[in-house]
Design a binder for this molecule. Structure first.
Ligand code: PXG
Ligand code: PLP
Length: 443
């Protein structure tokens, strides 16, 4: 305990402006993670914490996996950096080849970035540019969805649908609109898997098409399962309807699978789980098991080909990052895919999803629980807000869970669960056991 007091004294005035955090609260009461292995984190004082969130939805194979650590160490010792513009290195091409067979049918080409946010802004720019090179430059509008999270860059913030993430940043990007979210407690509370009601909400896209004229719309971006804002599973038939409306009007459909991909739903991509193929997929996180920052945008063959039409002495896509396809990230990604494949992790969730679902829904009798929802290896428990203090109950639950040895993320009054895909049944019991204790203890 003394160690902790010392740590907190030293952090109180730290120059580090923490991202997406309550800086003052945290620096007074730090929750530090010093080490990790498999399903667990360890605090500086050696307390063992069960990781209920796969880090931040990214460490799908569990922590500090030797194959990945070795790949990264070898990679950085061999080629620390190589310029990605007008130059290349073998691992970038090797990694692209390695990923291609995992993609939903029809998606063939990929662009590398360093994060989900960069993937989203890249995909939005690709969509605009694709229309433009095909002579449809009038398609300039970008459509997101309420409660969507698409990262924090300008495009992603603009198409994002979480008010608190947008409010203080002014007008963002023009020409953006949003379709309605699909959260419907009245009709769908305590749904297991995809809720029955709400496919018709996809028709909201048709409404925006009629409002703006479809010929002005470039792309629609949604998370198949919206995770960050509180886990909203798409109603049965909803994604199919979105696809139909996009097809009818020549609008590109982007699935933001920064979290959904890499086995979280029992398939490499959520698109495969739901049987709906978008034109573009954005991803990051699990692509390197969270070890080295990396993201990617996957696209259909005809999109890539649309750019390969001008004179050969032109740069086809004036877009890219200093660290696109960074050699150490590619090494990490190759190591990650090896572990995913050897351990069957991209399809393992199918085997444990039922156990997971039952465990999550066993919390139904706990105080203040107004909804439990789940799909794949994702679950959320929604609590009723405390009068006059929205979010307080959820945050307190997160804090108390950490004290009791589990990392459970809260977003407002919603607790989100998404552990590494290597989780064992006993650890599922432990995770929801801690959640049960916490929910009983907080008023
Ligand atoms: N799109 C989606 C769907 C995401 O989930 C991003 C884009 C942005 O990725 P980067 O790598 O730029 O953070 C994300 C990231 C949470 C939480 O609390 C979720 C994310 C990030 C931070 C917190 O659920 N998702
Ligand atoms: N700002 C300046 C001044 C730069 O020179 C660069 C890259 O060269 C960037 C921003 C973009 O950085 P990155 O390629 O890491 O996204």
């Amino acid at each position: 305990m003394n160690d902790r007091a010392d740590v907190s004294t030293t952090l109180e005035n730290s120059p580090f402006f923490m991202p997406f955090s309550m800086n003052r609260q945290f620096k007074r009461h730090p929750r530090l993670l010093a080490r990790a292995e498999g399903m667990h984190y360890y605090t500086p004082e050696g307390r063992k914490i069960l990781d209920g969130t796969a880090g931040l939805w990214c460490v799908n194979a569990g922590h500090c996996r030797k194959k990945i650590v070795d790949a990264v160490s070898r990679g950085v010792a061999t080629l620390d950096f190589a310029p990605p513009f007008q130059m290349g290195h073998p691992l970038a091409f090797e990694f692209a080849e390695r990923l291609q067979p995992l993609l939903p049918k029809g998606l063939t080409r990929m662009f590398f970035t360093n994060s989900g946010s960069e993937s989203v802004d890249t995909a939005l720019k690709l969509a605009l540019a694709y229309h433009r090179v095909r002579g449809e430059g009038h398609r300039m509008r970008l459509i997101g969805r309420e409660k969507g999270y698409h990262g924090v860059n300008f495009g992603g913030t603009a198409v994002g649908g979480i008010v608190g993430n947008r409010r203080i940043f002014g007008a963002l990007v023009t020409g953006v609109d949003h379709i309605r979210h699909t959260h419907d407690l009245a009709r769908n509370a305590f749904s297991r898997g995809q809720p029955k009601h709400g496919a018709e909400l996809a028709e909201d896209l048709e409404r925006l098409c009629q409002l703006h004229d479809p010929s002005t719309i470039a792309a629609v971006i949604v998370e198949p399962v919206a995770c960050s804002a509180g886990v909203y599973v798409p109603p049965q038939g909803y994604l199919q309807k979105l696809r139909e409306i996009c097809d009818r009007h020549g609008i590109l459909l982007i699935f933001d699978e920064v979290i959904n991909a890499w086995g979280r739903l029992g398939q490499p991509f959520a698109s495969q789980h739901f049987g709906v193929t978008p034109d573009l997929i954005t991803t990051a996180k699990g692509i390197t098991n969270g070890t080295v920052p990396m993201g990617a945008v996957f696209m259909k063959e005809d999109m890539y080909q649309a750019f390969m039409t001008g004179p050969e002495n032109t740069i086809e896509m004036p877009h890219g990052y200093t660290y696109s396809a960074h050699p150490v990230a590619c090494a990490a990604g190759l190591g990650t895919m090896e572990v995913y494949e050897e351990e069957g992790l991209l399809t393992r969730v199918g085997e444990i999803a039922q156990y997971w679902e039952d465990a999550a829904h066993s919390l139904k009798d706990c105080p203040n629980v107004v909804d439990i929802r789940n799909i794949g290896l994702i679950a959320a428990v929604e609590l009723s807000p405390r009068a006059g203090a929205p979010g307080a109950r959820g945050f307190e639950a997160h804090l108390m869970a950490f004290e009791k040895g589990a990392y459970i993320r809260s977003t407002g009054d919603i607790l989100a669960f998404a552990p590494p895909l290597i989780i064992q049944k006993s650890e599922i019991d432990e995770l929801f056991g801690v959640a049960r204790e916490v929910l009983k203890a907080i008023a």
